[in-house]
Design a binder for this molecule. Sequence first.
Ligand code: SAM
Length: 221
Amino acid sequence: SDAHFPVPVSPSHVEYSLHYPHFFPSSDQMNDSKKIQFADIGCGFGGLLISLSTLFPETLMIGMELRDKVSEYVKERISALRVSNPGQYQNISVVRTNSMKYIPNYLEKGQLTKMFFLFPDPHFKEKNHRRRVISPHLLDEYAYVLGIGGIIYTITDVEELGDWMKSCLESHPMFEPLTEEELEADPVVKLLSCATEEGQKVARNGGQTFQAVFRRIVPTS
Ligand code: SAM
């Protein structure tokens, strides 16, 4: 359970020098201006982080993953990539955590520019909807850590969950959908269905996907 992993007491206690030693060479030389900007929630085996790393080499990114063995695997995968590609993959890292409880411990108000929810667990039964990673309540939290103009990307192969995520986002006063033109122009949108291990599995099986991509806005009162 959660009791077994440490959680920073606040975002200023996140150990940047351990996660991103290339950008933070020693802990007493903190580079206060550089912060994590992308978060992949339920990152699984880390395929998205790895694709994004070279696309945005100066942007710090974190994967959050609940399963211990999976997060350890991602850590090893990133270390191996750093060794075999000197100077690269320095901007990505992973933490084992329960994102539904601890996002405010890692991220401060307005710090993120992108947030990803790729192929989250569906929790089909009505009584389990409260376990879904997109919900009206959790969207308040995501709106808090995203800066104005920040983008939330969601995709699933479960139509019912796709409808649910979209309707939660549509109902929330702090999010608006990207237009077709904006979706076309965003290179990240193309990665949603193919960069992760789950996305590749769905594609191999010829499954349909349902995406919802929304921007954090200032609510109109
Ligand atoms: N995003 C990855 C992909 O597309 O390949 C993984 C998708 S997998 C179906 C969902 C992942 O979310 C699992 O690895 C699971 O352990 C993780 N997860 C579920 N609940 C979580 C939570 N509360 N906090 C962090 N990760 C969670």
